[in-house]
Every structure is written in structure tokens, then in C-alpha cells.
Design a protein around this ligand. Structure first.
Ligand code: ADP
Ligand code: MG
Length: 287
């Protein structure tokens, strides 16, 4: 590719609308104003991290992207889908087939083998051929380095292994976007690395990812763009090198100083950082 070709390719990329766009998103739970005008853009192939204090609204942003929560105001678009305008269950299911969501709790089916956990949604929900779904599941298990565990049951695996199965299960639906919400927060320290390695591989493969994480060094390493949230607002965002190297806001600086100073390995206990245990359907209908 010549320099001018590269330049034209850059221009073309810039012209392509973002895959995910949140504009002026406001959301309250009763009197609790949780999102106060969120602006986020994610381009195809990007890894975007959302960092910030507990309770600042990070998980709520991800839930809005999948249509699990509906904001009172603002616009959310994923590809051609205006998420905030979706009304029927069928429309929401169609969206969720395109958006993989992995969170702290793996929620694997305990009575199904690892392979069956990966095959069930593609065959039952997406109507894919069983043999093809199994073939694809085996490829994904290799990708998350668990090819040797396809016949195991979730209860026989470590937390890190179960989380890798959960990631493979989300990928089995061939999503165009993956959301990761603190997927390593509940893991034993020794299994965190293996899960981060899998996510790093996916990012390097060019999968579009939005990550909420307390693993600051990891966010710095793999993100194209980092958003810092506090109290329902995006305080600032920018390329990872700038946010971590030279944050514009004193708030970001103080947060990073604390988070990195205490050591990103030295994460707070998940017991101290409960994600509200909200059943999805209930969360959606509560609004
Ligand atoms: N389903 C819910 N019902 C009521 N309040 C909620 C619900 N989910 C989140 N919240 C509140 O919204 C705020 C932001 O939560 P959350 O998005 O989980 O923050 P973060 O992920 O940044 O820790 C918190 O005050 C939390 O208690
Ligand atoms: Mg959260």
C-alpha cells in the first residue's frame, strides 16, 4: 500500500459511522439519576474501555447498549438499529443475537457439558445446523484454550476456565460486538491472567469490544479509546496513551493515581463491589 492509499484508507475509516453511538443518554432509577448525558462512540474493530469509580454508571451504560435498560432520554444506536426505539421482545432478541455480553457471574448451564453450553443458543435460538454449531464450538474452545474440556461440566472447572467458556459461549452467536463487564472481578488472582489473555487475543483479531474493567494496566494496553466515568458523566475520553499518560481532568488523574498506586493486581474484593443482582427481564420492565 502506498502512502496515499493509506491516507485514503484512513479517510474512508473516518467516514464510516461508528458501530455504537450513545448520545445524550439519561437514565434514572426512581430519584437516583444514574446516567446524566452519556456520549460514547465505538468504531468497528475498536477496543473501548470504560473505567471509573464503582457506582458511576458503567454497567448501566452496557445494559443500555443491549437494550436491557431503556434510558428516559437520549439515543442509542448499534449498527442500523435504534436501540432506544425497540419495543417488542422479538426486536430485543434480534439485537442480543448481535451483541455478546459477558459479566462477572458466568451463569453457565450447570447440567450441560462445556460443548453443549456453546451449542445450545446457536441451535435453539439462531436455528443453526447442529453439526455446524458443534464444529464452530470446538474452534471457539480452542481459541479460549479449552479444547480439552469439551466434555467437562462447569462445576469441574476453575473460575477462570468457566469464564473462558462463558466468553466462547457468547462468541458462538457470532456477535458483531462484545461487551465485557468486569469479567475478572470475581476470579482468583491466579486465573485472571488467562481470561485477560483470551480477551487480548479477541481484540487483536479485530473483534469490536467494549470493556468495563478494574484492570487498569490491561485497559491501557489493549484499548484504542478509554472513557473515564464519574457520577453518571463521561469526565473525559481519548486514546489510552493520553488518558493514562496525561489525563486532562484532575478527577481522572486522582482516580488513576489511586487505582494504579494501589496496584491494579490488588483489586478490591468483589464482595465489596456488588453489581446489583438484577434479573434481566425485570430490569427492562422496571422502566
Ligand atoms: N436495576 C437497578 N435498580 C436500581 N438502581 C440501580 C440498578 N442498577 C444500578 N443501579 C444504581 O445505579 C448506579 C450505577 O450503577 P452501575 O451502573 O452498576 O455502576 P458501576 O457499574 O459503575 O459500578 C448505582 O447507584 C446503582 O446502585
Ligand atoms: Mg458495574
Amino acid at each position: 500500500m502506498t502512502a496515499s492509499d493509506a491516507y485514503l484508507a484512513t479517510l474512508a475509516l473516518k467516514k464510516e459511522p461508528p458501530l455504537v453511538a450513545l448520545h445524550d443518554v439519561h437514565l434514572s432509577f426512581g430519584a437516583n439519576q444514574v446516567l446524566k448525558g452519556i456520549e460514547v462512540e465505538v468504531r468497528r474493530g475498536q477496543a473501548v474501555s470504560i473505567i471509573g469509580p464503582s457506582g458511576s454508571g458503567k454497567s448501566t451504560v452496557l445494559r443500555c447498549i443491549t437494550g436491557l435498560l431503556r434510558p428516559q432520554r437520549g439515543s442509542i444506536r448499534v449498527g442500523d438499529t435504534q436501540v432506544d426505539a425497540l419495543r417488542t421482545e422479538a426486536e430485543l432478541i434480534a439485537l442480543r443475537k448481535r451483541v455478546g455480553f459477558v459479566f462477572q457471574q458466568y451463569n453457565l448451564f450447570p447440567h450441560l457439558t462445556v460443548l453443549e453450553n456453546l451449542v445450545i443458543a446457536p441451535t435453539r435460538v439462531a436455528g443453526r445446523d447442529r453439526a455446524a454449531a458443534e464444529r464452530e464450538a470446538r474452534v471457539l474452545l480452542e481459541k479460549v484454550r479449552l479444547g480439552h474440556k469439551e466434555k467437562a461440566y462447569p462445576g469441574e472447572l476453575s473460575g477462570g476456565q468457566q469464564q473462558r467458556v462463558a466468553i466462547a459461549r457468547a462468541l458462538a452467536m457470532q456477535p458483531e460486538l462484545m461487551l465485557f463487564d468486569e469479567v475478572t472481578s470475581a476470579l482468583d488472582p491466579e486465573t485472571v491472567g488467562e481470561v485477560l489473555t483470551v480477551i487480548r487475543d479477541l481484540v487483536n483479531d479485530g473483534l469490536t469490544c467494549v470493556l468495563v474493567t478494574h484492570e487498569m494496566r490491561f485497559a491501557e494496553e489493549i484499548s484504542d479509546e478509554v472513557y473515564f466515568t464519574e457520577a453518571g458523566l463521561i469526565v473525559e475520553h481519548g486514546p489510552a496513551a493520553r488518558i493514562f499518560g496525561d489525563p486532562a481532568s484532575e478527577r481522572t488523574r486522582a482516580f488513576l493515581h489511586r487505582a494504579l498506586g494501589e496496584g491494579s493486581r490488588n483489586r478490591p474484593s468483589p464482595v465489596l463491589l456488588p453489581d446489583p443482582p438484577v434479573a434481566f427481564s425485570r430490569a427492562r420492565f422496571a422502566l
